[in-house]
Design a binder for this molecule. Structure first.
Ligand SMILES: *Cc1c(COP(=O)(O)O)cnc(C)c1O
Length: 219
């Protein structure tokens, strides 16, 4: 199936109040334009430099989401335009985003990445750390950065029950934190291989790459 057929099919599958982030990392501008021409406007990238090049050349009404791990010294390149940063995992990073957002006279929305998988190589913070961060004086004084939700990645496994358990944990955490921090409303979980499970577990934002654009070639 083509990119435009894939995107239409996935959009038909997900609830209306759920955001589809089309993950276009490594994919060409032509591929992105094919998706864009179906009316889709939300794209995700995991490298700031690649995202910035695409932002410069593609239509300006695209919303760019940074879904990858963020290096602090590169925040400045995306601060003028990024619409959501999914993988914030420290107060230091929030401080940098605050600084760069202020320079650009805008406010930047962020998600905290919670570690829900067992794999060592996955980024993210614990629930306690997230609470500590959101309650901190330093964070509460920030006026150009908003934490609007949580993001998580399940373990890469065939075992559906395990994935389901990790997503359920994140959903429970989200509901729990929302009581104290009502600014949280986005729960970003689910990728090509597991977005059906994530939706079942209460996700309202899925990040889908290969199921739209096909397999990625890293070279
Ligand atoms: C690459 C990536 C995705 C999309 O992965 P697919 O399996 O191709 O859908 C989602 N989230 C993050 C954080 C990613 O890096």
């Amino acid at each position: 199936m083509s990119i435009s057929e894939n995107i239409k099919k996935i959009k038909a599958e997900i609830p209306e109040n759920t955001t589809l982030v089309a993950v276009s990392k490594t994919k060409s501008k032509e591929d992105i334009l094919e998706a864009y021409e179906t009316g889709h406007k939300v794209f995700g990238e995991n490298k700031i430099q690649e995202m910035t090049e695409k932002w410069e050349e593609l239509p300006k009404d695209i919303e760019w989401h940074m879904i990858g791990h963020v290096q602090r010294n590169k925040v400045k390149y995306m601060a003028p335009y990024v619409s959501l940063i999914h993988a914030v995992d420290s107060l230091k990073l929030l401080k940098e985003i605050e600084k760069e957002a202020k320079k650009n006279d805008r406010s930047i929305n962020c998600l905290l990445q919670i570690k829900i998988a067992e794999e060592e190589n996955k980024f993210g913070i614990s629930v306690d750390k997230a609470k500590e961060l959101l309650s901190s004086e330093a964070f509460q004084q920030m006026s150009h950065v908003k934490v609007v939700g949580l993001m998580g990645m399940a373990t890469l496994t065939e075992k559906e029950e395990k994935i389901r358990k990790e997503f359920r944990f994140l959903k429970t955490t989200f509901e729990d934190l929302k009581k104290d921090f009502p600014s949280l409303y986005i729960l970003s979980m689910g990728m090509s291989g597991d977005y059906h499970i994530a939706l079942d577990c209460g996700s309202n934002m899925v990040r889908v790459g290969s199921a739209i654009f096909g397999e990625r070639n890293y070279n």
